[in-house]
Design a protein around this ligand. Structure first.
Ligand code: NI
Ligand code: MN
Length: 225
């Protein structure tokens, strides 16, 4: 499995010959201006919640690629009205896709669409595949719910927000790594706006002190699982 950081909370995942895009917010992110959304391959677009900084480029990418949106019922219904195909889920539910098993997890956050309409409850995803298992937390606080994840699967990588203010910060993410029992963490949801700028080396050292690894990838760079 190859995971490429597309800035903010946006990811491209290659697994089992399929291409997944997660929470595309690229065209309005100056830090991601090296990424051309029309060049992205996608069979599925995973959406954690309805906020603008997670859904901005969903429609463009879906219409360009024919990708299916995987998200909560409300978000899939919203994109369905724009003739975009989707697979609706809700918290705690899993579905076997052709690339692996996806579970929609709890997140402590909010999830309204940019126009204020209801975007369901926010979530995250666990992906269990033949090439490894990952947790994509979505925008969330540190929550005891995370402790149920290692009861379900052994993770190879946890993708956690580290930017603070709108989500947990890196100190809480370091505790979340203990909760999900995964020592390898890819940080996301940082630096995009002034509110979420972080000191990279300080965050990396904080993880190192307790024997964990925090990866903060430059936009466009990848990590293998
Ligand atoms: Ni959000
Ligand atoms: Mn966000």
């Amino acid at each position: 499995m190859k995971i490429t950081y597309l800035g903010h909370a946006s990811l491209a995942i290659e697994v089992a010959g399929k291409n997944l895009i997660v929470d595309p917010f690229i065209s309005a992110n100056p830090l991601a201006n090296s990424i051309d959304i029309l060049s992205l391959k996608a069979d599925y677009i995973l959406v954690t919640h309805a906020h603008q900084d997670h859904i901005l480029d969903v429609e463009t990418i879906a219409k360009n690629t024919g990708a299916k949106v995987v998200s909560n019922y409300e978000i899939v219904t919203h994109f369905g009205t724009k003739s975009i195909e989707g697979h609706p889920m809700n918290h705690g539910g899993s579905w076997q896709f052709d690339f692996g098993l996806v579970t929609y997890t709890n997140a402590i956050h909010s999830s309204s669409f940019p126009d204020g309409s209801y975007g369901g409850q926010p979530g995250g995803f666990i992906l269990q595949t033949a090439e490894g298992n990952i947790y994509i937390a979505g925008d969330t606080a540190l929550t005891y719910d995370m402790k149920t994840i290692p009861l379900q699967t052994k993770l190879n990588l946890a993708i956690l927000p580290v930017g603070d203010n709108f989500t947990m910060g890196f100190e809480s993410a370091c505790i979340a790594a203990d909760f999900v029992q995964c020592k390898r963490v890819l940080g996301y949801h940082f630096d995009t706006f002034g509110y979420i700028e972080i000191a990279h080396q300080k965050a990396i050292n904080h993880f190192k002190k307790s024997g964990k690894e925090l990866l903060l990838l430059p936009v466009g760079e990848s990590v293998e699982v």
